[in-house]
Design a protein around this ligand. Sequence first.
Ligand code: SAH
Ligand code: MG
Length: 212
Amino acid sequence: MAIFPENLAELARGTKGFMPTKEGLALFDLASAIPSTLSGPIVEIGSYCGLSTIYLGEAARQTGRSMLTVDHHRGSEEMHPPSPYFDQSVIDPVTKRVDTLPFLRRTLELSELESVVTVAIGDSAVVAGLVADPIACLFIDGGHGALQEWVDYASWADKITVGGLLLIHDVFEDEKDGGRPPFEIYTAAVASKQFATFTKDMGSLRALRRVS
Ligand code: SAH
Ligand code: MG
């Protein structure tokens, strides 16, 4: 079993974001266990300030894999006022717009993951069009709006190599607990028969393996 270092656990505790420790450690365990015979990077949609990136990036580092993290850094619909997810400290003082890129860079520097994780600043679907090769793992945690979640799934899931992982965050079976789109793409992935569950659920994190 791979070991998540204590210095990174401490860094994660001080990093802004939306990844409970238990689910972050599950991300680390899942990504660490990808067989070395499967080539290709780990891809994350939704870097924000790099909290989940620490867990996936460390798994990539330990297994000699590369990682790409994708975000336009302008925040999701649900991160603007008056949402409870709005954070004034990620507003650029000059442009007055959300800019989480400086926070991500700081996280990557402090975690010494700069040489492992490549940062793509842009719209998820546009970046997907620039990535031609198969990927070993896709983590979808970008915009959770009804359209964006489907766009992320449609633009990226086919790139996952057979045997590779599809990880989806904020999947809530009961709509009282959260928005529908992540649950909808999870359901669609299972129904497609291209993906199958293989491990127990971890909070709102769902893990699927590409089987065909
Ligand atoms: N994984 C992060 C949380 C991500 S929040 C953590 O662990 O804390 C969702 C992120 O998705 C936001 O930073 C937002 O800017 C980004 N996002 C939303 N829509 C996007 C799009 N169309 N393309 C790229 N990034 C997008
Ligand atoms: Mg999330």
